[in-house]
Design a protein around this ligand. Sequence first.
Ligand code: GCB
Length: 608
Amino acid sequence: MRKLATLVALQLLMVGALLAQTNLMQNTYNRAKTTLNGKWNVIIDPYDNGSYSYRLDRFDEMSRSPRSAYYMDAKAKDKTDRMEYDFDIAETLMVPGSWNMQNDKYYWYEGSMWYRRLFTYDKEADGNQVFVRFEGANYHTHVYLNGKKLGQHIGGFTPFEFNITDKLRAGNNSLVVVVNNMRHRDGVPTINTDWFNYGGLTRDVFLYEVPAKHIADYTIQLKKGSTKEIGVEIATKGLKAGEKVQLRIPELKVEKAFAVDANGKVSTSVKVKKINYWSPKNPKLYNVELLAGNDQLNDKIGFRTIAVDGSKILLNGEQIFLKGISIHEENPVRGDRAFSIDDARTMLGWAKELGCNFVRLAHYPHNENMVRLADELGIMVWEENPVYWTISWENEATYQNAQNQLAEVMTRDKNRASVIVWSMANETPPGEARDKFLKRLVAFTRSHDNTRLLSAAMEKHKDKTNKKIMIVDDPFAQYVDLLSFNEYIGWYTGKPTSCEKIQWKIKYDMPVVISEFGGGALAGFHGDETTQWTEEYQAAIYREQLKMLSKIPQWAGATPWILSDFRSPRRPLGKIQDGYNRKGLISETGEKKKAFFILQGFYNNKQR
Ligand code: GCB
């Protein structure tokens, strides 16, 4: 009973800790940084032997010396002193990067890995604050500096950071991080996914410094329903009521100084005469400068409106067709999780070549380089929360975890014009508990952002009496703006030619965005259109699908599955899959399959 009470208390504490994480600093992307990327010493720890205090279920915890906890980064004092770990002589892994892809012995490893990095740091000015920021670590991370706990984070795909000002030492500092990528039934995502469970510090790690008075957060976007009024929400730290924060957008002739309130905040708007709106044809970004005390922060922000009208999607008031593709955060050619701007250039470069104006970043938030580059290239973006398949709908901690991950990506990307859709979930079966969970997420999202479209990748089902009739009637659709669903006619349902006979019964008059269709093909494997796994079979699916979808009156876009082949333990078929989901239009060696050109031809000819 006591153990249960402790566990509940621990969970509540964790929820508190998680929510605190949404205090992410805005636009660290453009702040001066000290990178901590590079080689880190690591110790693999499948039994969680190195954790002295975070596992309350340890039976022998009290019998050990605190120095034996790996986060103490301790050394044997002399030859009589027994220490059973030593980071100085431990092997190294590159950060960013998953452990799985850096050494064969870690390929299937799921568990804890300890990372240690030594660094020295001199503050630029007394009174400045120093933070350590992790752009992403999969999945559960605990962070320690010089033997003291900084905090923890749950979720593999969103940033987190800690203020380390008071814990920094002159000389060497020891930053120790333990990342555990075990899958959990109650996790987000849950145990079963169709992608590889890359573990570790998979994105950038860096230090940054801000003056005591600084800009902490801001939202600068067109106000909902307006084309000339820019909403301005700014949160500062260290400023007293009445002190000023300045906003400059030189090209729009905006130069304003606002007094902050007692909470250091400003909530206002500015009217401008003429805006050059952001769009795929004209990805105009304005230089935006914010100044508070000695702090100056620059950003590049695009202004656009996105809305739906009946079954149409309107960008800047004009109808647009979303020519999209789904993408996993995996650079197939490098063979690891994507994290860098070069990876983003590869993936979005392919999407551009395909004729896309839209990408679905499936099934979790991708790294910030992707959305920053999408802003520059004029590619609209669908961002997705890792609520995938059947997570624990009834568990409050699971809900809080999902909401927190969504809050973190929204905080990071709310000023990106490219992001037009927040997706709540992927392929979740309708039911009371699921509906309640997703409706709560929708309410949360809308209360923080009323300017973007909401969706989720839903499902279709067959009519009970007539197999050719496909029904889309998920009640959750009523709470979102786009009716998106995954359908695999020609692959999981029927043959490519089945597309011809399908009749769609779509219950809602909303824009239909097909979030997935496709089929598998091994690049270089050829045959006729009836032979599974050939490029011809996959090409036939694309040809027939595009004909079928063109007949749906409210069809407004698609993000076929998927840009490139990706690793998945669910795909063991020898000689064909070999551990890869083969639905990519591009192989893991960068080879374009026939279907790539079918979709490219379609997109190039499609007007809106
Ligand atoms: C789906 C899932 C996606 C899978 C895909 C497939 O519906 O959303 O994650 O990878 O099907 O290939 O089966």
